[in-house]
Design a protein around this ligand. Structure first.
Ligand code: CA
Length: 226
């Protein structure tokens, strides 16, 4: 894969560049937002690995600039600040996935492979999966053209899953991204909202698109009988 790495910390650059090079990937490096944007404008990359904390303009600025220009290259955001609002903000401005520093190289590779395989079908802020459309700007969801009224929590849950079709999103991660806590405090919060979300999506006998991966999480998919 051709990878653009936007990162200012020499040790992290060296670690990622050497590791990915050994895996046969071609890595170009930019050390700030302006250089990253300049390279992204002229190069064709399979994935952009983007640090949030850069000198000058942040990684958030890079992601939102690229998306507003219509650039749909998958973005993996690196964040040192393990706070749900940063992660949510990163996803809001157009990142497809994130890793919190420090991370294992194996984890980075796995995420990059998943992103390289996936061509996110985001056009004009609209995420699509089968007959479901989620419009982030209008905050509207449709299935086969019919509007579905979701609560803000249900919308956020669906958005997280639709950004990563076919990929298991862990329960802890959903809790973190939607509610800002990494575990369910024994209330069944996630399951209650998931039940409501599915009921709305499946109204009128439409097939299930959110599969349960027992004990792990959920995946946007067309599941067989559970
Ligand atoms: Ca940095």
């Amino acid at each position: 894969m051709r990878i653009l790495l936007v990162e200012d910390e020499p040790r992290v650059v060296q670690f990622i560049k050497r590791g990915l090079g050994e895996e046969g990937h071609d890595v170009e490096v930019a050390s700030d937002a302006a250089e990253g944007l300049a390279l992204a404008h002229v190069g064709q990359y399979d994935v952009i690995v983007l640090d949030v904390m850069l000198p000058g303009k942040s990684g958030f600025h890079v992601a939102s600039s690229l998306r507003s220009e219509g650039n749909t290259t998958p973005i993996l955001m690196l964040t040192a600040r393990d706070t749900p609002s940063d992660i949510a903000h990163g996803l809001d401005v157009g990142a497809d996935d994130y890793l919190t520093k420090p991370f294992d190289f194996v984890e980075l590779l796995a995420r990059l492979r998943a992103l390289g395989r996936r061509k996110p079908s985001i056009v004009d802020g609209v995420l699509r999966f089968q007959d479901v459309e989620l419009d982030r700007l209008q905050h509207a969801v449709k299935r086969s053209g019919a509007t579905i009224q979701l609560t803000p929590t249900e919308f956020k849950l669906l958005e997280v899953l639709m950004r990563r079709p076919g990929e298991v999103v862990r329960r802890s991660e959903l809790m973190d991204l939607v509610w800002g806590m990494s575990f369910d405090p024994g209330t069944g919060l996630l399951d209650v909202h998931m039940t409501h979300l599915r009921a709305k999506l499946e109204a009128g006998g439409r097939p299930r698109i959110i599969a349960t991966v027992r004990g792990v999480g959920f995946r946007l998919d067309t599941p067989g009988p559970e």
